[in-house]
Design a protein around this ligand. Structure first.
Ligand SMILES: Nc1ncnc2c1ncn2[C@@H]1O[C@H](COP(=O)(O)OP(=O)(O)OP(=O)(O)O)[C@@H](O)[C@H]1O
Length: 545
């Protein structure tokens, strides 16, 4: 989903006025030089001004960073914008829920800026949202708490993000949420003095109403966007296209009308009361971060509710109501037994220990917000990360030996092969029973039927770009096919636009290919972002020792 930036971003008083590229080059080279000995492995995503690439240390393949490339030949006017983004990220680099800024340089030969960032090896948050469904309450709460914690830190440093949305919330393999993309961020408080903002920026469905119409306070505007993210997490859809008077869905919310319609019917009553406090048109009355953190939905221990439900059903008593129920929408009180079990199955085992809000120390999953899946400590002292990926929406199945080689990834010849190629954990993948060439043809036909436009990759590469033409906002995704040891993996990655639209399109394409999608489950090993077989993993750990 494209972001809007009506007035462009200007440098604020808190920052240097230098506009030179060399100033950008100097802005914080206090880390390793990611040049010699580092290899570009693959493209992680596409940004507004260029690609974001995965760069791996050839000496230690477990050392990886993300390199955001800004193509100055194509975008000569963005020097100042990019420099500002890097400076702000540098100010914010000491928080577990913010993508850590590492370095920046101007690559003269290529005429590009390169910003080096901590690599988030767990994909994007939107990848965890099932379209039109959302995710289990407990999981949504886990991510939302981290989002609010990260935002609290950003605001404490006097910075407004201004483009909070699931596509800009990245995850690590341990399910740590990392706020990223500070391309629209700005300083709103400097030396204790706060200023109102007037740049109309953000992404329409997520933007607060006042941002479109008047000077606005920074913090309530970001809080509003978090509210829309919460709707997406809980309902798998957005509340409205834009918070404006010509949008019926927004008017209904403002007038408390039609709350029997989606997305609200999918959202529990306690969550709805939190959303009421956050999505308040009046920024002065809108819940602040402290109020959000004190709200019953935010503090509630849903894992205890889950255990209660489990006991109830294991006794054969189908009583899902009463004091110990999950936060469920009023309209869904009469849900079927199956529905409740779906909720239970979708998350961690109910027999696991029930962590409270403070039960997870930073030694475990690295955050002090309540991790709903207890991190299991191993004999060697390491921990197993909370594994939310188990509520597989489209997790690859039946891949028991998959170490993707350099040539299969499709890197250019100038890049050095690296045996430990990484794939971002992603739910928008599946394995098929037919050869790669055949499945590509099938994807083309499926997309044609669905009315999407398909562009083939250059030089006969196993890559397609699919433009979802039906949607108002331009959304596209890239389909890559990998063949390995008789297995064929179809990997879909959002390239541009709305994450939820992409997910819907993915589901539609996968359904069309239903006859050839692998059914049986198998070992899909992905550790530290590596996709490989058990044998290859053991070799790797020997090498590390
Ligand atoms: N640190 C990172 N680790 C892993 N993937 C990343 C990282 N940074 C960016 N990406 C991937 O690249 C994509 C684009 O990055 P980013 O959003 O920062 O670019 P942008 O130019 O700001 O794009 P936008 O058009 O959304 O404003 C992200 O959606 C994500 O998939």
């Amino acid at each position: 989903m494209a972001s809007i930036a009506e007035e462009g971003i200007t440098t604020d008083g808190a920052e240097s006025n230098s506009k030179s590229k060399s100033a950008a080059t100097r802005s914080g080279s206090d880390h390793a030089n990611y040049g010699v000995g580092w290899n570009v492995v693959r493209t992680l995503g596409e940004g507004a001004y260029g690609e974001v690439k995965l760069v791996v240390d050839s000496q230690n393949p477990l050392n990886a960073v993300a390199m955001k490339v800004i193509d100055l030949a194509k975008h000569p006017d963005v020097v100042e914008t990019v420099r500002k983004e890097a400076l702000l990220m540098r100010m914010l680099r000491n928080h577990v829920n913010i993508i850590k800024y590492l370095d920046m340089r101007f690559e003269e030969n290529l005429d590009e800026f390169q910003i080096f960032l901590e690599y988030a090896d767990g994909g994007e948050l939107f990848d965890q949202i099932e379209p039109d469904v959302g995710m289990p309450t407990q999981k949504a709460q886990f991510y939302f708490r981290q989002l609010i914690k990260g935002l609290e830190y950003i605001h404490s440093r006097g910075v407004a993000h201004r483009d909070i949305k699931p596509e800009n919330l990245l995850l690590t393999k341990n399910d740590l949420l990392k706020i990223s993309d500070f391309g629209m961020a700005t300083v709103f408080r400097h030396n204790g003095r706060e200023r109102l903002l007037d740049t109309r920026c953000g992404t329409l469905p997520y933007v607060a109403p006042e941002v479109l119409s008047q000077k606005y306070k920074a913090q309530p505007a970001d809080v509003w966007s978090c509210g829309i993210v919460l709707v997406a997490l809980l309902a798998g859809e957005l509340a409205w296209d834009s918070p404006t008077g010509d949008c019926d869905a927004f008017n209904d919310w403002t007038e408390s009308a039609n709350l029997d319609a989606n997305p609200w019917t999918k959202i529990g009553t306690v969550a709805l009361s939190l959303l009421r406090a956050i999505l308040n048109n009046n920024p002065l009355h809108r819940a602040c971060i402290k109020r959000i953190q004190a709200h019953p939905w935010f503090t509630k221990d849903f894992s205890k509710e889950r255990a209660h439900l489990s006991r109830t059903y294991s006794n054969g008593v189908a009583n899902a109501t009463g004091s110990g129920t999950l936060d469920r929408p009023a309209k869904r009180r009469k849900r079927s037994l199956n529905t409740v079990f779906e909720v239970l199955d979708g998350d961690q085992s109910v027999s696991q220990p029930v962590p409270g809000n403070n039960s997870v120390s930073s030694n475990d999953c690295g955050t002090d917000v309540g991790c709903p899946t207890a991190c299991k400590r191993q004999r060697d002292g390491s921990t197993t990360p909370p594994n939310f990926a188990n509520n597989s929406f489209s997790q690859p199945e039946n891949v028991d030996s998959m170490l993707l080689s350099y040539s299969q990834i499709g890197c250019s010849q100038s890049q050095t092969p690296n045996p430990f190629q990484r794939l971002v954990r992603r739910m928008t993948r599946f394995c098929v029973t037919v050869p790669g060439h055949d499945v590509l043809g099938m994807v083309v036909v499926a997309c044609d039927n669905l009315g999407y436009t398909v562009r083939k990759g250059p030089h006969g590469q196993s890559i397609l770009t699919v433009l979802i033409t039906k949607t108002r906002r331009e959304t596209s995704f890239v389909v890559s096919v990998y063949e390995m040891g008789g297995r064929v993996l179809v990997d879909c990655r959002r390239s541009k636009g709305d994450g939820l639209e992409f997910k819907r399109a993915f589901v539609a394409v996968k359904q069309k290919l239903n006859d050839v999608v692998c059914r049986e489950s198998g070992a899909w090993l992905e550790v530290n972002g590596l996709v490989c077989s058990q044998f290859q993993l053991s070799q790797l750990s020997l090498a590390q020792d």
